[in-house]
Design a protein around this ligand. Structure first.
Ligand SMILES: [Cu+2]
Length: 136
């Protein structure tokens, strides 16, 4: 009887020590990691937001519809060859050239020989057709 009571008491004590050590370790970790995360999050938000919003709006307002005629469609590579008029927002005179299209599904609406109106924009250094519709 004596032995088992001692073991029980010792076990409780050991548990209590382990518990308090564990709590201490957690408290220390939180103290170290929390302030660092908060600061990096607050620093990035204001500068990023202002710059990006302005750029996105400029692109959207300057692109205008351009007349063109489809010469070739390359669905596999998501490309279309257009004989196009002046593209004002890109400062480009009329010519026949290959464009990348933003979405392959856009090519389903047109055929070789179709008269179209389209929007072309510069994206990552390449010129991309962002929308196309049959000319009225
Ligand atoms: Cu061109």
């Amino acid at each position: 009887m004596k032995t088992s009571r001692f073991l029980a008491a010792f076990g409780t004590l050991a548990f209590a020590v382990a518990l308090s050590a564990n709590v201490q370790a957690q408290t220390t970790m939180n103290k170290d990691s929390m302030p660092g995360m908060d600061m990096s999050g607050m620093k990035m938000t204001p500068t990023d937001k202002g710059g990006m919003a302005g750029m996105a709006m400029d692109t959207a307002t300057t692109a205008s519809m351009t007349d063109g005629e489809v010469r070739k469609i390359d669905k596999e590579n998501q490309k279309i060859t257009l004989k196009h008029g002046d593209i004002k927002n890109l400062d480009m005179p009329g010519m026949t050239m290959v464009f990348k299209v933003k979405d392959a599904a856009m090519l389903d609406k047109v055929q070789v020989g179709s008269k179209v109106r389209f929007k072309a924009e510069k994206s990552d250094g390449a010129i991309v057709v962002t929308s196309v519709e049959l000319a009225p």
